[in-house]
Design a protein around this ligand. Structure first.
Ligand SMILES: [Zn+2]
Length: 486
């Protein structure tokens, strides 16, 4: 049961897309859609008023398959009940420039489903946005979509959407295409800047004051690490949702990245954690690293997870949070998991959700990323490292509103690199019979790992290149150290 629940969660987290795929718009729908959401003091439900400019769409649907069960009232502007057929609110006869209303019982979802969809803690409620952001099927054809909230005095909201000067939020295509979370009520929210971005951290109740105060420096550490290779954070803003969880051994629990209407990460934080261990942990920096690339199709996780797994190790070394030796060791041991593979990395990746080969796929992907980084560094020129390729990839493609295949991302990275560096490695190590073997590469780099896992960095032809990958960035390391002293 537990394993199945985790599989569902991982599926959802990695997919990051709403359960119901909406078809592209074909015109004929509204040119503008404006939502106004009202939440009562009790947080029991959310009320939506939706106004269309131009003709009303034929129907509204929920991004969660069973969402209709929690829809409480759908009415036209004149108060007439709207019929619901096949999980969709029917809007025939609503007319032009009209408004409709509906309500979603959030507390009931929280009582039934918990953190994946809605979670209530004290005076705040976190929920999957797709539950209450009912959308027309042809949402891509709307020229403008906005949303606003009317909340009781003192109540706050956190959403991943961009806020306009007039206070309304602007929803781009990704708001309907991908998963996203919101928090309402009375909760701690902190905003701060890192190079290139504003970060908003919202957390549910349940942390000690000391641990609560550690959240911001921990998230800022991760955000600054991810900004390091590019000189700026890969996106202009990011929402972070922190959910306190039961005590456990690991300093940080499960993390996920979502992209609906803007980038966001969600993280479970065990109540017995502490800042030093949180800063050294990999989860937050891994999730943020996914923002270097566009959303990659689930079956191609070897690429997206490989990049994020590689950067979680490299960036912690550059921030002085682990030694280069430790990073080399982890990459080595991670890649060794691939020796047990029965199929190509491409196929292991496609079947990852059925045979639970997550670690093998993640670490084989990280070995692929290391191989690409070394190739690029050997070659020199404009895109002389994976960092340089990620900088351009983030710029052009991280905010894409449709999932990309690995093939497409690889083609784009090769275009940035100016030659098929990535495709050559894919042919050998992703479509080839064996998963990435770091043996010859480590020899060339002068990285020697003994049987106990101890690492020695020896003189070697490519030693300078090796050291450049994991070199401590003094500015980043200094900043991280200061953040660690609360
Ligand atoms: Zn990941």
């Amino acid at each position: 049961m537990r394993a199945r629940w985790w599989a569902a969660l991982l599926h959802f987290a990695l997919c990051g897309c709403a359960a119901t795929a909406a078809p592209a718009g074909e015109g004929g729908g509204p040119t503008e859609i404006h939502y106004t959401f009202t939440v009562p003091e009790s947080l029991a439900h959310i009320h939506a008023r939706v106004c269309f400019e131009g003709p009303a769409p034929s129907e509204l649907m929920c991004g969660v398959r069973w969402g209709r069960e929690y829809l409480r009232a759908a009415r036209s502007g004149s108060g007439q009940a709207l019929p619901v057929r096949e999980q969709r609110v029917q809007l025939d006869g609503v007319g032009r420039d009209a408004c409709i209303e509906y309500e979603v019982a959030l507390q009931d979802v929280a009582d039934t489903y918990g953190a994946l969809y809605a979670e209530r803690r004290g005076d705040a409620l976190m929920s999957n946005l797709a539950l209450w952001l009912w959308r027309p099927p042809a949402w891509r054809s709307a020229r403008e979509v906005t949303a606003a909230f009317e909340l009781p005095e003192g109540m706050a909201v956190s959403v991943p959407w961009a806020q306009r000067a007039d206070g309304r939020y602007r929803l781009d295509e990704t708001a309907f295409a991908y998963l996203a979370y919101a928090m309402f009520g009375r909760f701690d929210v902190e905003r701060f800047r890192v190079p290139g971005a504003e970060v908003e951290v919202a957390r549910l109740d349940g942390l000690s004051p000391e641990l609560g105060a550690s959240v911001r420096p921990w998230i800022e550490t991760a955000a600054r690490m991810v900004a390091q290779p590019l000189g700026r954070f890969p996106r202009e803003r990011a929402q972070v949702i922190v959910i306190p969880s039961n005590p456990r051994e690991q300093p940080v629990g499960f993390g996920t990245v979502s992209r609906g209407g803007g980038p966001s990460i969600g993280v479970f934080l065990p109540r017995n954690s502490d800042l030093t261990r949180m800063q050294r942990d990999w989860v937050a920096v891994h999730e943020f690293s996914h923002l270097y690339h566009p959303f990659v199709e689930r079956g191609d996780a070897w690429l997206s997870e490989g990049m994020a797994t590689y950067y979680q190790e490299v960036l912690r070394a550059r921030a002085g949070l682990q030694t280069p030796e430790r990073a080399w060791q982890r990459l080595w041991e991670g890649a060794a998991r691939g020796r047990a593979a029965d199929h190509t990395l491409e196929r292991e990746s496609e079947e990852m959700f059925f045979n639970f080969s997550f670690p093998m796929v993640y670490w084989a992907g990280a070995a692929f990323a290391l191989m690409a980084d070394v190739e690029l560094r050997k070659r020199g020129g404009d895109a002389a490292s994976l960092d340089a390729v990620m900088a351009e990839l983030a710029e052009c493609c991280s905010a894409a509103s449709r999932p990309w295949s690995a093939r497409r991302v690889v083609a784009r990275m090769d275009r940035i690199a100016g030659e098929p560096v990535f495709e050559r490695l894919v042919a050998r190590w992703v479509r080839g019979p064996r998963l990435p073997d770091l043996g010859p590469l480590y020899e060339e780099l002068g990285v020697v790992v003994d049987e106990d896992g101890a690492v020695e960095l020896r003189p070697a032809p490519a030693a300078a290149l090796r050291d450049a990958i994991m070199r401590v960035d003094p500015e980043l390391a200094g900043r991280v150290q200061r953040l660690g002293r609360l």
